[in-house]
Design a protein around this ligand. Structure first.
Ligand SMILES: O=C(O)CCC(=O)C(=O)O
Length: 297
């Protein structure tokens, strides 16, 4: 498998950083090979079949399964995928984990759905409880596309480019009240295997799948280890599958990292770079950056 941090790692380019800071997202073409798309797609079908058999898909057949790696251990290789993970550590630094993730399957819509205004920024109460304008970034997310959303109308991810710097957009008083789409909104188009890397503050929404193709994606979100995770991976980390996880993958999944004599809480705080695998990984490759505070040793 070619999906690990062992491929040559390179920091985000200056041009990528400028575009990300301006637009709030980047499309990463061909982040996954055709073979990877095929494998992850088959694995996602397996989870979907299990969830459907257990009665855990929506009435419309859709699945939005939280905890991507716990449900699909193969997805561990997406957490530190060499096509996308450098974007994550280039922005957030070395003291990061996967705080939230989901597997999504959305079959074609056969019966019209009631209207719902789904535009949002990620982070839930972060958007109530933080007082600055704009609020801080705090987390980023990667969407890996396993189906073809190369034309609009296929359940594409829809965004307002540049909106990550605005705390609010105009919206209805209640989500079931029809409301005009935000000015400048675009459906992001992507081929199977493309990824979209985005700032949690980017105003975005899922759209309806009005095509004949089932829309499939895996979403992995990262934050600093000092902010609490939403994913629960302790059973996964104790399972036989975890034996093959790399130290960086274990860090990302929230494994306890404190060595004897180190405090677990202080470890999450970033007080022990020497026993934080991503710090060691980046240091060994000369990828720590004294000019970028999150990447400072
Ligand atoms: O499924 C999508 O296109 C959007 C997902 C979303 O809203 C999110 O990841 O926060």
């Amino acid at each position: 498998m070619t999906t690990s941090t062992t491929r040559t790692a390179r920091a985000m380019t200056t041009e990528q950083r400028a575009r990300f800071e301006r637009d709030g997202y980047l499309v990463v073409p061909a982040a996954l090979t055709d073979d990877e798309v095929e494998r992850y797609s088959r694995a996602l079908d397996r989870v979907y079949a299990q969830e459907r058999a257990a009665g855990r898909v929506g009435a419309d057949g859709s699945m939005h399964r939280l905890g991507a790696v716990a449900a699909l251990p193969e997805a561990v290789h997406l957490t530190d995928h060499p096509s996308t993970f450098p974007l994550v550590w280039s922005v957030l630094g070395w003291n990061v984990h996967v705080y939230h993730s989901h597997l999504d399957v959305h079959p074609p819509i056969r019966v019209p759905k009631p209207y719902r205004f789904e535009w949002h920024q990620d982070g839930g109460r972060q958007n109530r409880e933080l007082e600055t304008e704009p609020r801080p970034r705090l987390s980023v997310k990667v969407a890996f596309w396993l189906s073809d959303v190369s034309v609009p109308g296929r359940g594409n991810f829809k965004v307002v480019p540049g909106s990550h710097l605005s705390n609010r957009i105009d919206g209805p008083p209640r989500r079931d009240i029809r409301w005009p789409e935000p000015p400048g909104a675009v459906e992001v188009t992507a081929e199977p295997g493309d990824a979209v890397f985005f700032d949690r503050r980017l105003w975005h929404t899922r759209t309806g799948n009005h095509s004949e193709l089932t829309r499939k994606g895996v979403f992995i979100a990262y934050s600093h280890r000092w902010s609490h995770n939403r994913d629960e991976n302790s059973a996964l980390l104790a399972s036989p599958a975890a034996v093959a996880f790399t130290p960086v993958q274990r860090q990302l999944l929230g494994a306890p990292l404190a060595a004897p004599g180190q405090s677990a809480g202080d470890h999450q705080w970033g007080h022990y770079p020497d026993t934080t695998p991503l710090h060691g990984y980046l240091a060994a490759r000369g990828l720590l950056d004294p000019h970028h505070p999150p990447l400072r040793p």
